[in-house]
Design a protein around this ligand. Structure first.
Ligand code: PGA
Length: 234
């Protein structure tokens, strides 16, 4: 199983030093991918954990004020990068085209994209889940090679579930993951959205979930250890 930790815009330098020690102490068989803030990336110092970023520039290094390139992420030993998170699509108005360009740029520098897709509450109520996800998948992946598609990681994150404590039913999740597999049969699939130590017993019943993208829980190492113990039947 993959457990990707999305710190979002949390943990200043001093807090991060304490935090990463606690993450380093976690007992697990799963692969943990820690995605700290950009400033914390160069403070990362764990051997049994993979390093991810939360965003990347669409461009190579150059006159792009405030951006960080895939080339520089690679030089900082970043192996994974979250792309198309709904918070960026909403607050930074990231477009489908930009998400596509970021995925391409990451592959150019041998960084594995964790592509986030998901529908809003209104889209689900209007029966638009398939249409929304199809567009997000197709625009981001249409010109990837089969090899790239099989290396890609998709995180299905229903937007109405992120940070709300509300999660879909297992049937709803599996229906969506099966749908994603019709486009990307060999892509690794994560679930994200309020996954925690209380609902993992339910979530782990899914035969299709291959890992989790955790926001809130990523900031609570003790609860995260409980989550992992339950996931791994310990
Ligand atoms: P959450 O966030 O676990 O706090 O719902 C998940 C995410 O935004 O990736």
């Amino acid at each position: 199983m993959i457990i990707a930790l999305n710190n979002k815009s949390n943990l200043g330098k001093e807090d991060f030093y304490v935090y990463q020690e606690r993450i380093g102490d976690i007992e697990k068989n799963s692969q943990i991918i820690l995605c700290p803030t950009l400033l914390n990336i160069n403070l990362f110092d764990l051997e049994n954990v993979s390093l991810g970023a939360q965003n990347v520039s669409t461009q190579d290094p150059g006159a792009y004020t405030g951006e960080v390139s895939a080339k520089d992420l690679k030089a900082s030993e970043v192996s994974y990068c979250i792309v198309g998170h709904s918070e960026r699509r909403t607050y930074q108005r990231e477009t489908l085209e930009e998400v596509h360009d970021k995925v391409k740029k990451l592959f150019e520098y041998d960084i594995t994209p964790i592509l986030c897709i998901g529908e809003t509450k209104e889209e689900r109520e209007q029966g638009l889940v398939g249409q929304v996800l199809k567009e997000e998948i197709e625009t981001a992946t249409y010109d990837l090679t089969e090899e790239q598609k099989s290396r890609l990681i998709i995180a299905y994150e229903p937007i109405w579930s992120i940070g709300t404590g509300i999660i879909p039913t297992l049937e709803q999740i599996d229906e969506v993951l099966r749908f994603i597999k019709t486009f990307l049969p060999n892509t690794t699939l994560l679930y994200g959205g309020s996954a925690n130590e209380k609902n993992i017993d339910m979530l782990k019943q899914s035969p299709l979930i291959e890992g989790y993208l955790l926001g809130g829980l990523s900031l609570k190492p003790e609860e995260l250890q409980i989550f992992i113990n339950k996931l791994e039947n310990k």
